[in-house]
Design a binder for this molecule. Structure first.
Ligand SMILES: [Zn+2]
Length: 107
């Protein structure tokens, strides 16, 4: 890495990450698309508007975070008709936030 790149990295911080704009709304048409092979549920990031699919392991991890807050939530293996709504993701520069919500995919 040259000096210019170093400086850029220093000043821009999360270089290469999507800039979080917050308050994005999911596109339900996209959430209704068939999941890629191996994926179990879609995740939508409110901060950057990115939608991505995760497998059951990641889905359960996110669901586990939700259950930390709401102990009454039932065991869940089937996420159909739902997506996970998050406040930050690995693709954007939103500050870390463990808040996850299971939301219904509506019209
Ligand atoms: Zn994001």
């Amino acid at each position: 890495m040259n000096e210019l790149d170093e400086a850029k990295k220093r000043f821009l911080g999360a270089a290469g990450k999507i800039k979080a704009t917050y308050n994005n709304e999911p596109d339900f048409k996209k959430l209704k698309l068939p999941l890629p092979p191996g994926a179990r549920v879609y995740v939508f990031c409110e901060a950057c508007g990115t939608q991505y699919a995760v497998d059951l392991t990641v889905a359960n991890m996110l669901y586990f975070l939700m259950r930390q807050k709401d102990k009454k939530l039932p065991d869940l293996e089937d996420f159909s008709g739902h997506y996970l709504h998050v406040k930050c993701c690995a693709f954007c520069n939103a500050p870390d936030n463990a808040e996850v919500e299971l939301r219904k995919i509506t019209d």
